[in-house]
Design a protein around this ligand. Structure first.
Ligand code: ADP
Ligand code: MG
Length: 227
């Protein structure tokens, strides 16, 4: 069986005035279905750029990104949009909830193209422990609660992959740990693969697979010895 993702010699360059920023360079990577992977590295190392390529939010400057047997390079924008909608769930540092919608409406909105369902949105909020907060606006929720809503939203379409960019960056470390554990448990329940980017080495260490990102290059971390 082929891996879920196979990246071959992937590069992403940005032009900034006269200089070329090599945000990613010569990246080879395989991710199997069901993995929980942490991309760990300091600010500016290329984590967000890599997540954006994995989530079809951007196209590489070179190389191939095979996802479920299709090279994303070859897909027209319309098909990339379809993938973003149905195959990928995104979780961001800033939560990105719609401030004028309640918790349950924020989840429901993602379900609209698939024929949204209030019942389903409520079930997801229940899974993240927020059933009692369903009718609250984001401003009336804590940071950790807002991120739980964002996770419910990401999982609502049963995505193949959840891509989380610094999901704990705005949370205290105890709440951040809870969010990582929640992602872990729910992704397993829903059969989703997870790729989470973090500059926090301690959080990254919770993931069974940890990949160091440094200056746009990848280096696998030594895996902890089996217990
Ligand atoms: P990280 O998420 O690890 O902090 P990024 O992927 O955001 O790193 O950035 C990697 C490098 O690419 C940085 O040097 C950053 O400044 C540069 N970069 C990212 N996006 C752009 C862009 N749209 N235009 C120019 N440079 C960019
Ligand atoms: Mg980033």
């Amino acid at each position: 069986m082929a891996a879920l993702y196979t990246l071959v010699n992937v590069a992403k360059f940005f032009q900034r005035g006269p200089t070329t920023v090599r945000a990613l360079d010569r990246v080879d990577l395989e991710i199997e279905a069901g993995e929980f992977v942490a991309l760990e590295g300091p600010s500016g190392s290329g984590k967000t750029t890599l997540l954006q390529l994995l989530g079809a939010l951007d196209r590489p400057s070179g190389g191939d990104i095979w996802f479920e047997g299709r090279d994303l390079i070859d897909l027209p924008d319309r098909e990339l949009a379809e993938l973003r909608l149905r195959s990928f769930g995104f979780v961001f540092q800033q939560f990105n909830l719609i401030p004028t919608l309640t918790a349950v409406e924020n989840v429901e909105v993602k379900l609209v193209p698939a024929g949204g369902s209030r019942e389903r949105a409520l079930r997801l909020l229940d899974e993240v422990g927020l059933a009692a907060r369903a009718d609250h606006l984001p401003a009336h929720l804590s940071g950790g609660e807002q991120q739980r809503v964002a996770i419910a939203r990401a999982l609502s379409v049963e995505p193949r992959v959840v891509l989380a960019d610094e999901p704990t960056g705005n949370l205290d470390s105890a709440t951040g740990g809870e969010i990582i554990d929640l992602l872990w448990n729910l992704a397993a329940d829903h059969g989703s693969t997870v790729v989470v980017a973090t500059h926090d080495a301690e959080l990254a260490a919770r993931a069974p697979r940890r990949i160091a990102v440094r200056d746009g290059r990848l280096a696998a971390q030594p895996q902890p010895a089996a217990l």
